[in-house]
Write a protein of this length. Structure first.
Length: 112
């Protein structure tokens, strides 16, 4: 069963185009899908550090059989990369990770 719950990740920090002189607003979204046994959190769009609290809450609220699907992630920052590396280290599978993010996670882990 697919749950049509969509979570718009909004930053508690002001992040408006007019505040950043014409830059586009960077937003991301979490789609939650469950089949009764596993939950997939599908991450979409631009993700940055301000989104991590909402993502962590989703991970904690969905239990140990949760996977992250990064198929539609287009941009991340260093804090998100470190968070994803920590997720993998904790045993949370990451599916469809873009190659640039995979390489960035590996580089960060080598530096630790």
């Amino acid at each position: 069963m697919v749950s049509p719950l969509h979570y718009l990740l909004s930053s508690p920090v002001t992040d408006r185009a007019e505040d950043r002189q014409g830059e586009s607003q960077m937003t991301g979204k979490i789609e939650r899908h469950t089949d009764g046994h596993h939950t997939t959190l599908r991450l979409i769009g631009h993700l940055h550090a301000a989104h991590l609290e909402a993502l962590q809450a989703q991970l904690e609220g969905n239990g140990p059989r949760t996977v992250l699907d990064l198929d539609q992630v287009t941009l991340v920052d260093i804090e998100v990369v470190r968070f994803l590396g920590g997720c993998e280290a904790a045993g949370i599978p990451i599916l469809h990770c873009p190659p640039y993010i995979r390489e960035w996670i590996a580089r960060e882990q080598r530096q630790e």
